[in-house]
Design a protein around this ligand. Structure first.
Ligand code: 16G
Length: 243
């Protein structure tokens, strides 16, 4: 949403404030302040507050309970299968718009851990890209990626311009086709929480991926921390021996 101007109707200004509160501060099923409290906070009429709330209800961001008030709705969750897909694929397939905000992009010597995962010698240069990934502008995860610099360096656009990293890699003829992935439960640290605009110590799923190309060469090491309130993983399981 664009920044309010002096021509913006009052209810839209209230709406933008409430959207941020609902998205970044409150949790699902938390109550919103009463109409009276909102009138005092924003110094506007009840009609203005009602118009803003009506828009929030219509957008599915909040719900009303007769006689009790207005509450934050469950955000639409992204349920990810374990297929090797990109963030962009995951978000688009749910009808949302993927986005990326650059945190940093550096070319650094591989540490022993990074080198070990990518099958490189310690000290070989790797590109380390750190981005906040969003769906319809709302934060979803903090993504840290390491790629051997010699694989993509020539094709690397301005890091701020990168949307899908897998598209950039495809441009360099690098196609991740399989990956080893581990998923662990954790909480965001303070720095991560600040970047994602979520409460400190809120739950996250940490996904560590080492992706390989068709030749079995490790082409990417990715560590992503997903908001546990917005992401889950869906797995198809089969009894051994059945098709
Ligand atoms: C996922 C991957 C990340 C990959 C990105 C590509 C995990 C843990 N992370 O976020 O490694 O770089 O997708 O998505 O699976 P993109 O093409 O939209 O940038």
């Amino acid at each position: 949403m664009s920044a309010p101007t002096s021509h913006t109707p009052k209810w839209e200004t209230v709406l933008s404030h409430l959207e941020i509160e609902v998205r970044d501060v409150l949790k699902p099923h938390d109550p919103l302040p009463s109409e009276r409290d909102l009138m005092v906070t924003f110094g506007v009429s009840r009609m203005t507050i009602r118009e803003a709330l009506r828009n929030l209800v219509e957008a599915g961001a909040v719900y009303r309970v007769q006689g009790s008030g207005t509450f934050v709705a469950e955000p639409s969750r992204v349920s990810k299968s374990l297929a090797l897909t990109s963030f962009t694929d995951d978000i688009r397939s749910r009808g949302m718009r993927p986005g990326a905000t650059l945190v940093s992009c550096t070319t650094v010597p591989a540490t022993p851990q990074v080198a070990g995962d990518l099958g490189l010698r310690v000290g070989v240069m790797v590109i380390n890209l750190v981005r906040v990934r969003t769906a319809d502008e709302a934060s979803m995860c903090l993504e840290r990626v390491w790629i051997p610099a010699d694989l993509v360096a020539a094709q690397m656009p301005d890091p701020k311009e990168i949307e899908s990293l897998y598209d950039v890699m495809a441009g360099a003829n690098i196609l991740p086709t399989s990956a080893e992935q581990t998923i662990t439960a954790d909480v965001f640290d303070d720095n991560e929480a600040a970047l994602l605009h979520v409460p400190e110590k809120s739950p996250c799923l940490r996904v560590a991926r080492i992706a390989y190309d068709t030749r079995g060469r490790a082409v990417e090491r990715g560590h992503s921390a997903y908001r546990a309130d917005r992401y889950d993983f869906r797995v198809t399981i089969r009894r051994p021996g059945s098709l």
